[in-house]
Design a protein around this ligand. Structure first.
Ligand SMILES: Nc1ncnc2c1ncn2[C@@H]1O[C@H](COP(=O)(O)OP(=O)(O)OP(=O)(O)O)[C@@H](O)[C@H]1O
Ligand SMILES: [Mg+2]
Length: 158
């Protein structure tokens, strides 16, 4: 399912709807796609909706940020700079936080593709080919997230 986003405000609305569908079981979300397409911004709005009080910054230099929320523990990996330290340095955290009961976002999941569970919720974020002001959020359906995506689609259309 693909959703067209034409402004930061539309990213915010989409992130809020996405966040409203997350429950205590959490989610393991991977974000891939074009550089600068809006992955961090989307995550930031999700965390804002979930009332995360800590300052939320892009963990470009920090590979893993942790947050607390009333819902469940939240983790944000940014694997872009992983090459400096290597996948091994974060593999145990990646496995631990992929378990149910955690809400985990992996930016630049391309860099850990062998370690991403099959049932991860995959989001691909990219620029429109013809219009640089348009970005697309593609939510990739799997056996675990069918209902979630159906609800997301319905709520976005409202
Ligand atoms: N829908 C949007 N409309 C306009 N500007 C946006 C939108 N989404 C994000 N931006 C802006 O684009 C810039 C890059 O966004 P962001 O850091 O979220 O991208 P990213 O995909 O995480 O980048 P990176 O690949 O470096 O991790 C930021 O200045 C952000 O505010
Ligand atoms: Mg980013």
């Amino acid at each position: 399912m693909k959703i067209k986003v034409k402004s930061l405000n539309e990213t915010k609305k989409l992130a809020q709807i996405f966040a409203s569908l997350i429950n205590k079981k959490g989610l393991f979300v991977t974000l891939t796609g074009d550089i600068g397409a809006g992955k961090t911004q989307f995550i930031r709005y999700v965390l804002e909706y979930l009332n995360v009080k800590d300052k939320i910054t892009s963990p470009s230099f920090v590979i893993l940020n942790e947050y607390k929320s009333d819902l469940c523990p939240i983790y944000h990996f940014d694997l872009y700079r992983l090459e400096e330290k290597g996948l091994k340095s974060i593999i145990s955290e990646l496995r631990e936080y992929s378990k149910e009961g955690n809400l985990t976002f992996i930016e630049w999941a391309e860099f850990a593709h062998d370690e991403i569970p099959q049932n991860a919720f995959k989001i691909n974020v990219y620029y429109d080919e013809d219009n640089v002001d348009i970005r697309w959020f593609e939510f990739i359906e799997n056996e675990n997230n069918k209902d979630f995506i159906e609800n997301l689609s319905k709520k976005v259309a409202q």
